[in-house]
Ligand binder design. Structure first.
Ligand code: C5P
Length: 221
């Protein structure tokens, strides 16, 4: 392991989208590339952390030198997170699907003349909220993300309270920003002390700065 301020600390990072199956060949997904979560895992590794990286099917390859746990669905991600705990800190950068199809068809749904399929959904477990509200063994620092398209700070501040996490990294994912799937990010870090706007910069740089803040928090400086 690398030397650094996070040596000896175990940090869990979730990343990427989840895929929620409809039938053996179809699924519901979202536009997350996994770029920001992957960059965060790298930056934490570079500061010496022992990183468990729970990732959905992302566009970018996972970093080297971290423990990679690949999952597909939200429920698999939840199980992988539970198995990876305890951790000193946890960063939830995954874009977890809010809903899954109630009953995945075991065989390919056939196209029939004049008949349209109707999908019924149920809610996926909120992994961030569950870990934030753990009564025992909660990571000392829990960081969530909030991808919003409007009223970013208001929505993200409310989300921090509702979920019970310590920090929220909020970003504007309106199509015009080009952030979702792009190389840059413009984030606002929301903590108990309020909202802090960071300038627009590369996702790697956002990751490095966030990793340093996490190191400062865990090492008490
Ligand atoms: O509620 P919303 O999806 O906007 O919350 C985003 C944050 O919650 C992200 O940190 C995401 O990783 C996490 N999340 C989760 N499990 C879910 C939904 C969101 O961990 N089912």
């Amino acid at each position: 392991l690398t030397e650094g301020p996070l040596k000896g600390k175990h940090i869990l990072v979730t990343s990427g989208p989840t895929h929620e199956p409809i039938d053996p060949v179809r699924y519901i997904a979202n536009r997350s590339s996994g770029a920001q979560g992957t960059a965060i895992a790298k930056a934490l590794r570079d500061l010496g952390a022992d990183v468990s990286f729970v990732t959905g099917p992302a566009d970018v390859p996972p970093p080297r030198g971290v423990r990679v746990i690949s999952v597909e669905t939200a429920r698999e991600m939840k199980a992988a997170v539970d198995a990876a705990l305890p951790a000193d800190a946890a960063v939830f950068a995954a874009a977890v699907a809010d809903w899954r199809v109630v009953s995945e068809s075991g065989s390919k749904i056939k196209k029939e003349q004049g008949k349209l399929p109707v999908l019924e959904f149920s809610e996926n477990p909120d992994i961030l909220a569950r870990v934030s509200q753990m009564m025992e063994g909660r990571p000392r620092l829990v960081v969530g993300f909030a991808a919003e398209t409007d009223d970013v700070i208001a929505h993200a501040t409310a989300k921090r309270k509702r979920k019970g996490c310590d920090w929220i990294v909020a970003n504007d994912v309106s199509p015009a920003t080009g952030i979702m799937g792009g190389a840059e990010n413009a984030v606002t870090l929301i903590t108990e002390r309020g909202a802090e706007d960071w300038p627009r910069m590369g996702k790697d740089e956002v990751a490095r700065q966030l990793a340093h803040r996490i190191a400062d928090h865990l090492t008490g400086s």
